[in-house]
Design a protein around this ligand. Sequence first.
Ligand SMILES: Nc1ncnc2c1ncn2[C@@H]1O[C@H](COP(=O)(O)OP(=O)(O)OP(=O)(O)O)[C@@H](O)[C@H]1O
Length: 407
Amino acid sequence: MKQNHSFSQMGRQIKRVVCAMSGGVDSSVAALLLKQKGYEVLGFFMRNWDIRDEQGVCKADQDAEDAAWVCKKLQIPFQEVNFVKEYWNDVFSEMIRDYESGITPNPDILCNRHIKFTALLEHARHTVGADALATGHYARTSAGEFATEYSGQQVRLLKAVDRLKDQTFFLSQVPQKALRRTIFPLGEFTKDVVKKIASSAGLERIAARKESMGICFIGKRNFSEFIAQYVDPRPGNFVDLETREVVGRHNGVHQWTVGQRCNIAGLARAYFVAEKLTDSGDILVAPGHDHPALYSSTVHAGQPHWIHSPPEDFYGRGMLECEFKFQHTESLVPCVVTSRTHNPWHRSPSKNDLTVSLANPLRALTPGQFAVFYRGDECLGSARILRPGPSQFDLDVDSCRTKRRES
Ligand SMILES: Nc1ncnc2c1ncn2[C@@H]1O[C@H](COP(=O)(O)OP(=O)(O)OP(=O)(O)O)[C@@H](O)[C@H]1O
């Protein structure tokens, strides 16, 4: 039975919730669950990209149609919101600048920070007076299902119960202000259960939709060809980092990412990107997927974004023991984070940068990606990776350089 559910704190009530509807199963079920609990729910679909692919198909048209269909079925108002300009300015242009500078961005993290949890939330508040925003992300907050804007308490970002679906990695740059007004209705559910809920509510066709992967707007096209439309080619050499010999040519550092295999014409040997030298445009390559030049156990990162106020031991002791990952699907690695603020020798403008010491070396720590920090269930926040520390090869760990010179 439907309960009339609203949350009262400091005299204000969370009643009207805008649910960000992508046309997919997760946001559809999020809206359904909120409606069942008695919230006044409105569905907003965002259009962030307006360019058609090579076949003239705009994936957003189909998504918008599905989102509108779900809202009709759930009998909630539907609105389409255009954030093409905001996406272009705050996410896409930055992404192109990064590729030009040879670093590999994570537009999904930036889209959450700037578009979903800033532009959309503000739009929902100002146009329809929404008290909170809901999304179909698999994540939880310490406020449970309730937004706590009015209590003055800070909210923590917590992993979803379904650990395989947990999306806190992508939420690690969300502002605290936004999180206080956010509800994640799926945080306690597994994906299987979500699909069953959708089917039993007559949303089978949405439950059967294929999951979107990676950067939403690119769709099925080839990424290299897509990015080549926006970044000028700047050819350079592939250089063997052991011998310093030129072993091939490439069309631009933006086409390659650290750890990626390079198919160099005429060479039987497999080379992998170890480092991109953006000044010269050359790419240092290592012979072998697990070459020690690809592994490092320290990372230098920029100024951190802490979801909650900065962890006490970090600013108290100047170091923080926690766990690290820089790719959504990877396992967490224990680490110690130190801030340059605590190092009296560093008085540079980048004094808030971090050094992360990892319990074990990791492969392909990629500049531009986010170092995301966890402690137990909590996602603490993240910082952009500036560069890996010295590689196992640089450090000559297990005499790898010596052995190679001798062989
Ligand atoms: N175009 C969009 N318009 C409105 N909200 C969106 C849009 N794209 C994504 N979202 C919101 O962000 C959430 C996470 O997006 P993501 O792209 O990771 O999709 P997902 O996890 O596959 O979810 P879904 O099944 O709802 O598509 C969605 O559940 C939805 O709430």
